[in-house]
Design a protein around this ligand. Structure first.
Ligand code: PEP
Length: 263
């Protein structure tokens, strides 16, 4: 059995991917902060904005004092050194980040990131004081071959095996079926719920009893203002990781408001 919704805080994170210049990002952040400030109920849902590295500085300034968190989309597991083009977790913290997205499907399937690299980055993020959002999810072919649970179990096990329970409880998981990311095809609430239950059961098995119920599990994959409330009505869905719909303040605000409105 997993815990019901009210036991876990709600979280909506926006993954901007490779979009927005620093000035455009700061403008989006300012617009969103103004919308959120106008509705006191919005504080019922935590929010993170995850721009490209180049926009972190200006977006951090725009978010200052708002209660909206800053996140990054990736990091290197090393602390420093000769790793051209890479960014360390400590640099993200110094830039104002609280969150870091790890193992996004675009990094796994476009950049070739492995389960082992995601596991290393997870430990590095925790060492550096970041809250990792660990992404897992199956390809369309894997869903069609009835391998969704197998993929989730493999990815969660590889990332979390060996972590202690209290540390694992401080992380966030995003279930993102790859076939739903950026495609306009959204998982049904039942498909998402079932996958989230696999995530939680695997955390219990790999890390320890009770971990699955404590970890925030977000759904990601074509979440928008129109489908957010239905998805977030599921007890096992603690919020969303949002790509395309996070690039426009009013639409992103509606998604956050849907999560905040959940009793
Ligand atoms: C994502 O980038 O994590 C994502 C879920 O994208 P989209 O919402 O555009 O499908």
């Amino acid at each position: 059995m997993t815990a019901a919704w009210p036991r876990r805080p709600r979280l909506v994170a926006g993954n901007w991917k490779m979009h927005k210049t620093p000035a455009e990002g700061a403008a989006l952040a300012r617009e969103f902060v103004a919308l959120r400030a106008a509705d006191p109920a919005a504080t019922k849902c935590e929010v993170a904005m995850c721009p490209p590295f180049t926009s972190l500085g200006l977006v951090a300034e725009a978010l200052k004092g708002s209660g909206v968190h800053l996140g990054a989309q990736n990091m290197n597991a090393e602390t420093h050194g000769a790793f051209t083009g890479e960014v360390a977790g400590t640099m993200l913290v110094a830039s104002g980040c609280r969150f870091v997205i790890l193992g996004h499907s675009e990094r796994r399937h476009v950049m070739g990131e492995t389960d082992e690299q995601v596991a290393k980055k997870l430990r590095a993020a925790l060492r550096d004081g970041l809250t990792p959002i660990v992404c897992v999810g199956e390809l369309l072919a894997e869903r069609e071959a009835d391998k969704t649970a197998e993929v989730i179990v493999r990815q969660i096990t590889a990332a979390y095996a060996g972590l202690d329970a209290d540390t694992a409880k401080s992380t966030v998981v995003a279930y993102e079926p790859v076939w739903a990311i950026g495609t306009g095809k959204v998982a049904t609430p039942e498909q998402a719920r079932d996958a989230h239950r696999v995530v939680r059961a695997t955390l219990d098995q790999v890390v320890g009893a009770g971990v699955g119920a404590a970890v925030q599990v977000l759904y990601g994959g074509s979440v928008n203002a129109g489908n957010a409330a239905t998805l977030f009505a599921e007890d096992d869905i603690d919020g969303g990781l949002v790509g395309g719909a996070a690039l426009e303040a009013a639409g992103f605000w509606k998604i956050v408001a849907a999560a905040a409105a959940r009793p």
